[in-house]
Design a protein around this ligand. Structure first.
Ligand code: GDP
Length: 722
């Protein structure tokens, strides 16, 4: 069986946005334009937007599917060429979550997509979540196109939004388009490379009409074009010389060079439009074709050979051994449990067995599907570089690797932050109790940042997540999708503990109780793992999740090799329990420097205890502190409330980072401890006569001030004692 679309004509990309910037609307337009493209000529005149959307909804089509496949032929190709299959590209549009508490899910999707369209609100410009998403995309080197949306809105400004991108995200952004008119006068866009104006006519703006640039915008367009061309030719010495000599460079050459620069993360082109008013989205799709990478344009994926521990790479080629990453589990109302996966190399057929190198299990791969706007397409074979979903796999979870058993590979696991908030949850009735366990398990299989735990002391169920809203949504989904009613407790902050100094402790654990005794002797030095890089502004390990290092410095066998793992285990277990208030300790390096043993009495358990005691004593001496999650908060309010809002945030131990104007509103950005932010949305409403709005997301862990730490410790130890 042959591949139906050559890899050069495949684009795996995501649409990334701050909540409310217009991701849903843009995605709907994408489905509409690509759908109508798919069966061009079948769209009836007079079909309205809402008709179309209602129909889509009735068919149960959800634009929240983890990946949707659609087809697009660039709008500049001309009617005849666009109808032909050779003109079309396959788009796998990967969903990225729109909600503030789920930014980490963006991280997950960034692993499997090759490029992104970042959508901005043309009134607000860059918003906090745009910054976080951008940071993740930066880390993953994902090529990006920026789309400044909503330019029809009152207060919209392309220039101002563009400046926020330059100031807050990247100097590598450059205008590829400018809008024709803004707010009520927003009519279309100008492409600065082609120096043409584009208007969108017909049903849902389906027809892209090219015209000359309006007289009043020509001077501006010419200036901005020069800037764009300069930025493009900078990337090619040859072109640069030609340009400096005053030669006109062909459009195709400019496009080709821009494509390379975008793929290399050297330029982020900025586009303009209004998804709601059907302006500009088709040109964004053209830009996906022209400037975002195909799977062939990105570096090969790397992983580890689980047998040898060596690094191995896989290229996007059908002839290499099979390797794929499961990136999302999702329940589909029509076909059941779906496991979305991206194939990095090789191919896989339905009906074959799939080997999961993460679990070591094999499972039959029954059906494979691809989700399209109006159908679930059965797929017999999936090729390198493609995305599809397996139906009904039992064993696979998010971030597991599937591969050829003979040529195994473990792709890098997706690292998710540890949850920062927890709450107790109690089923309302006996019947709820039975269903709750199953529901929670399903939800946590889908969402790696959502965890379930049972309290060791009380046996109650505790759920953990990334914010109040995250857990609220989980509880709501449990009710709606699984019919489980539950009472929930007050949210609790997930604190952690660490040390700020160094200490070395020598400890012997010796017991002589007739018969065989116990003997373990260790000398352990602990110190903090490096954390915060002031240059980068961002904590290196913002989530404090990788925080443990064990160094074995034993020489001359003063402790036999066989007992060393027990020492590490003893330290790890002690770290789980913490020493100040019982919270897990993180970011500690422990060196085992010396010790001794006894021929008869030494045992694993003796070393474990000796190490655990040594660690606890050392931790007490090494300036232990409590860490708390700090949230990045943005509040938007009318000016007259500014004083109250900043005063209130400061009283919550908040650090105000910036205050800006956004039209007639004021924007306050601050870092505030999570423990102070419970119920903030309600408070803000009452402080601002309902006119303020806020967003909040986890940013990093920071040391709790002494007085707060004392209260936390008293509460924990007091509660335990009572
Ligand atoms: P998401 O949260 O990013 O998915 O944003 P939505 O697509 O749901 O849009 C949020 C709100 O903004 C909705 O009320 C949309 O109708 C509106 N919206 C989206 N795009 C535009 C646009 O281009 N212009 C205007 N005026 N409103 C828009």
């Amino acid at each position: 069986m042959e591949r139906d679309y050559p890899l050069e004509r495949v684009r795996n990309f995501g649409i990334v946005a701050h909540v409310d910037a217009g991701k849903t609307t843009t995605s709907e337009r994408v489905l509409f334009y690509t759908g109508s493209q798919h069966k061009i000529g079948e769209v009836h005149e007079g079909d309205t937007t809402t008709d179309w959307m209602e129909q889509e909804k009735e068919r149960g089509i959800t634009i929240t599917a983890a990946a949707i496949t659609c087809f697009w032929a660039p709008s500049y190709l001309g009617e005849e060429a666009r109808k032909k299959k050779e003109g079309k590209y396959r788009f796998n549009v990967i969903d990225t979550p729109g909600h503030i508490d789920f930014t980490v899910e963006v991280k997950r999707s960034l692993r499997v997509l090759d490029g992104a369209v970042v959508v901005f609100d043309g009134v607000a410009g860059v918003e906090p979540q745009s910054e976080t998403n951008w940071r993740y995309a930066e880390e993953a080197h994902v090529p990006r196109i920026c789309f400044i949306n909503k330019l029809d809105r009152t207060g919209a400004s392309f220039e101002r939004s563009y400046k926020t991108i330059l100031d807050r995200l990247s100097k590598k952004a450059v205008r590829l388009q400018i809008p024709i008119g803004e707010e009520d006068n927003h009519e279309g866009v100008i492409d600065l490379l082609k120096m043409k104006a584009y208007y969108f006519e017909g049903n849902m703006g389906m027809n892209v009409i090219e015209k000359e640039i309006p007289e009043n915008l020509l001077a501006q367009a010419t200036t901005f074009r020069a800037e764009l061309v300069e930025r493009i030719v900078e990337n090619d010495e040859h072109l640069m010389n030609a340009y400096l000599e005053g030669k006109e460079i062909a459009l195709e050459v400019l496009k080709e060079t821009l494509r390379k620069a975008v793929i290399d993360n050297k330029i982020f082109p900025v586009m303009a439009g209004s998804a709601l008013k059907n302006k500009g989205v088709q040109l964004v799709l053209d830009a996906v074709v022209d400037y975002l990478p195909s799977p062939l344009d990105i570096p090969p994926v790397t992983g580890m050979d689980p047998n040898t521990g060596e690094e191995v790479t896989r290229h996007a080629s059908d002839s290499e051994p099979f390797a794929a990453l499961a990136f999302k589990l999702q329940a589909d109302p029509f076909v059941g449990q779906l496991t979305f996966f991206r194939v990095y190399s090789g191919t896989i057929e339905s009906g074959s067995y799939i080997y999961n190198s993460t679990t070591g299990n094999k499972e039959r791969l029954g059906r494979i599907v691809r989700l399209q706007a109006d159908q679930r397409e059965e797929v017999k074979k999936v090729f390198a570089g493609e995305i599809a979903a397996a139906v009904g796999l039992k064993d696979a979870k998010t971030s597991h690797t599937f591969c050829d058993e003979e040529n195994p590979i473990a792709l890098d696991q997706i690292v998710f932050p540890e949850p920062v908030i927890s709450l107790r949850i109690e089923p309302k009735t006996k019947a709820d109790q039975e269903k709750m366990g199953m529901a929670l398990k399903r939800l946590s299989d889908e969402d790696p940042t959502f965890r379930i735990q049972s309290d060791a002391d009380t046996g109650e169920t505790v759920i953990k997540g990334m914010g109040e809203l995250h857990l609220e949504i989980i509880v709501d989904r449990m009710k709606r999708e699984f019919g489980v009613e539950a009472n929930v407790g007050k949210p609790q902050v997930s604190y952690k503990e660490t040390i700020q100094g160094e200490a070395e402790v020598d400890n012997k654990y010796v017991k002589q109780t007739g018969g065989k005794g116990q003997y373990g002797h260790v000398r352990i030095k602990i110190k903090p793992l490096p954390q915060y890089d002031p240059e980068e502004k961002v904590p290196k390990n913002a989530h404090r999740e990788e925080g443990f290092e064990f160094v074995d410095n034993i020489k001359g066998g003063v402790i036999p090799q066989e007992f060393i793992p027990a020492v590490e285990k003893g330290i790890k277990e002690a770290m789980e329990r913490g020493i100040l208030a019982g919270y897990k300790m993180v970011d500690i390096s422990a060196e085992l420097n010396f010790g001794s043993y006894h021929d008869v009495d030494s045992s694993e358990i003796a070393y474990k205890i000796a190490a655990s005691q040594a660690f606890q004593e050392a931790a007490k001496k090494a300036r232990p502190v409590i860490l708390e999650p700090i949230m990045k908060v943005e509040v938007v309010v009318p000016e007259k409330f500014m004083g109250d809002i900043t005063g209130n945030l400061s009283s919550k131990r908040g650090q105000i980072e910036a205050m800006e104007d956004r039209n007639d509103l004021k924007v306050v950005r601050a870092m505030v401890p999570l423990s102070e932010m419970f119920g903030y949305v309600t408070n803000l409403r009452s402080m601002t006569e309902g006119r303020g709005s806020s967003t909040m997301e986890f940013d990093h862990y920071a040391v709790v001030p002494q007085n707060v730490a004392t209260t936390i410790i008293e509460q924990r130890t007091g509660a335990k004692a009572a």
